[in-house]
Design a protein around this ligand. Sequence first.
Ligand SMILES: CC(C)(COP(=O)(O)OP(=O)(O)OC[C@H]1O[C@@H](n2cnc3c(N)ncnc32)[C@H](O)[C@@H]1OP(=O)(O)O)[C@@H](O)C(=O)NCCC(=O)NCCS
Length: 154
Amino acid sequence: MSTGFGSEIVIIDEQWERIGEVLDLYYQVLYRDYGLTEDDDWFHASAGGELAVALGPDAEVLGAARLLPAIGDSERQLRQVAVRPESRGSGLGKALVATLEWRAADEGAETLWLNARESAIPFYERLGFIAEGEMFGSALTRLPHMRMRKRLRG
Ligand SMILES: CC(C)(COP(=O)(O)OP(=O)(O)OC[C@H]1O[C@@H](n2cnc3c(N)ncnc32)[C@H](O)[C@@H]1OP(=O)(O)O)[C@@H](O)C(=O)NCCC(=O)NCCS
């Protein structure tokens, strides 16, 4: 899918030949500054799922987001939404989430939920997610997070 900004979004899984570039993005954007090493298990590969990856004009990885497999019938979890700092503010984060919303809805999901970093809550609100419950600390980064949810259909 083209985003209209000279980049495109592809859907891959963790078997993708360039998954190392996605993990590099995730480590740099989401974990490096919070005391985690590259060898720590922050990706949780065994959780599986699919990833939407934004590729730039030279096919470089600009951003990614992950949709975990369905566990129940109607809910899916979104995780690890990250865009390189120099590529932010041009709609890539929104396009990555929208791609996985369509994917989840296509596969029968009615709602999408995620644990949002406090700093990203306004971004998810802009995309229609609604905060629920109390703020809690992430076991990985210790950053405050909030559960958020979006109804995909109906
Ligand atoms: C959060 C993040 C993915 C947003 O990516 P992005 O590509 O800059 O976002 P977009 O350009 O698609 O923004 C979509 C909309 O959200 C708004 N938005 C984005 N970040 C925002 C913020 N921090 N506060 C308020 N609004 C925000 C944009 O203005 C835009 O609004 P519009 O539709 O009216 O134009 C990116 O900032 C990032 O990678 N942050 C660090 C990692 C992170 O915290 N990830 C979330 C983990 S839960």
